[in-house]
Write a protein of this length. Structure first.
Length: 260
């Protein structure tokens, strides 16, 4: 692994990203959708706050005056789903386009190894995802200006989004390395990401032991924990293991291509 080579590939990929209209469309769609959910959550909180002034039992019964429970946690849940929708659009071209145009063979003949190529492309995608997430920081700033939320759930929630984005990017890089068709790559990514999202809904339908396994494998269970302000090493290890697993699979996929 050569940091200089990784930096060169990272720079090359970032230039490719921001010279394309796709990344700007993805960022705009991401902000529009997250902004829509933020506006609705904040507007609902405002309306309920006014109603609760006339009926205090309403706030006590539903905890609707807790801005963390009413706005912040649902907001992070919404952003995480939208992030899963947007990430395959960013990763689908990383290797698939190179394979389709034939430039992957040229890239792999340069004095760089597969690890440098994979990490350079992966980190470029992560930088874009982190930039997208950072642009939503205006939402908690508005909440802090208007109310008095707990800051720790906001910080851990953003940590969770960053880890989720990193894991989704690693999965997308892997699927892109398995095909030369960008649509196929994005479709496989969507299928795998939502498999990890939906398995939590099977937890009540299986035995306790299997339910614990499914709950641990579920992406949304870990982001939910972090959005509560709880930093558990189990959640951090989960996302880091997903990143390591799919980057390892990407390397094996590239090795397979070399032998074809």
């Amino acid at each position: 692994m050569n940091p200089r080579n990784i930096g060169l590939i990272l720079t090359r990929e970032l230039k490719s990203y921001f010279s394309s209209l796709t990344v700007y469309l993805v960022i705009v769609m991401f902000l529009l959708m997250t902004g829509y959910f933020f506006y609705n959550l904040l507007a609902t909180f405002s309306v309920v706050s006014v109603q609760a002034q006339a009926d205090p039992m309403l706030a006590r019964q539903y905890q609707l005056l807790n801005i963390n429970e009413t706005v912040i946690r649902p907001l992070f849940g919404s952003i995480s789903i939208i992030l899963l929708l947007m990430t395959p659009l960013l990763t689908m071209r990383l290797f698939a386009e190179e394979k389709k145009t034939g430039t992957i063979e040229l890239l792999l003949t340069f004095p760089v190894n597969d690890v440098d190529v994979v990490l350079g492309k992966y980190l470029a995608c992560v930088v874009v995802i982190l930039a997208m997430i950072l642009l939503t920081a205006t939402y908690p700033v508005i909440i802090v200006v208007l109310g008095t939320p707990e800051l720790m759930p906001i910080l851990t929630g953003y940590l969770g989004l960053a880890l989720l984005g990193a894991a989704a990017a690693a999965l997308g890089v892997f699927t892109s390395s398995t095909t030369e068709n960008q649509i196929v790559s994005a479709s496989i990514s969507y299928g795998l990401l939502f498999f990890f999202w939906l398995i939590s809904y099977s937890v009540p339908l299986v035995s306790a032991g299997l339910g614990q396994v499914l709950a641990y494998l579920s992406i949304n269970e870990h982001i939910t924990s972090l959005s509560k302000g709880v930093v558990d090493s189990e959640d951090l290890i989960y996302y880091l293991c997903l990143v390591a697993l799919f980057l390892f699979l990407t390397l094996r996929s590239l090795e397979t291509n070399r032998w074809r």
